[in-house]
Design a binder for this molecule. Sequence first.
Ligand code: S3P
Length: 428
Amino acid sequence: MRIEGELRVPSDKSISHRAIIIGALAEGDTLVKNWLRSADTTATLRVYRQMGLEVEEKESGELVVKGRGLFSLREPDRVLDAQNSGTTARLSLGVLAAQPFFAVLTGDDSLRRRPMLRVVKPLREMGASVDGREGGNLLPLAVRGGPLRGISFFNKKASAQVKSALLLAGLHAEGTTEVEEPYLSRDHTERMLRLFEVDLETVPLERGVLVKVKGPQQPTGGKEIFVPADPSSAAFFAAAAVLLPGSHLLLKEVLVNPTRDGFFRKLRQMGALLEYENPRELSMEPIADVRVRHSPELRGVEVFPEEVPAMIDELPLLAVVATQAEGTTVIRGAAELRVKESDRIKATVENLRKMGARVEELPDGMVIYGKTPLRGGVKIKTYGDHRIAMAFTVAGLVADGPVELDDPSCVAVSYPRFFDDLKKVLKP
Ligand code: S3P
């Protein structure tokens, strides 16, 4: 089996969420081209519609988000459901904190176990009133929004969801909101706010960065957002092409923002034949076509803590690739993986071991000893996590027989047509 051809994978999930949320706060219509239609992004759309946002879905698939300004949303008369989406929940907490109304936000079984205090705590410092189980750590959360004031916050985990929640709250607040990060987390919120003419400052520090926004500031509408292909979805095909002999794949229109393309850079460092072609910029984001070929001489690598944010969602997949590289791969500083849609360290180690790989579990990462043949014929436990399901589909392609996923349908969270696209480029 090999991977051959061209593929434009679905659009970026992070940018698609932000197009709805920032579009909702803007004053004027936003035209969104190539918006990602998946379970997570549809959850965001539904949440904002429940607060009175009008969104027109054109026959062409384009969206018109009819934002009417920072304080134009209205009190929802039902519980808002972010379903499986941490981005919907955390970014929306930043918005709700500032609205002059009451709202209750919940999520599915996985999301109701994930920590929210990381956003709730600084939002409370800004003056928000939020309550829920474990002192406001777990959904469902009740938010009574109101006037906020700017704060200075150190975002120790370099979480883009936390930073984004605070910047969105900061737009509504009196005074300046400052978020410092030890290393830059994905910066789509900052780029999109700039597209909407928000005056926002990013200051490089000796160690890390500082992002500042002065409130209140009304984002200007009337903009167009083009959403590029999601590098986190493209990654599965890039990995499959690297691993399967005879493969040659062109991934079109991929977002290659340096806060997101860490996986591609790490693959190259491992010896993968991967290049960016036709680099260009659209809606303030860098994109390129990514050409990938079968790469027979992969070497183990180290992933350092400061490299983690730019490849956080691709680390389970990197571990799969590492089983096919000569030598040892060490991933450290990635404890955040334990509080994603599933405990991704546990899920990755458990499933890789089932397939015969030699893996060691660390509190904040993994050690993978390559190169080991992978065994097929096993049942993969996805824990309902889309990225585990797709990473182990790739593992199944390089194994000596196919694997079975306990819940293949969970891929719909970010990539509803994943298996169809795989069929398109997988050749006997
Ligand atoms: C996201 C940020 C990351 C990432 C998630 C999407 C975003 O989470 O894992 O899939 O769109 O801001 P953290 O900010 O919690 O690291």
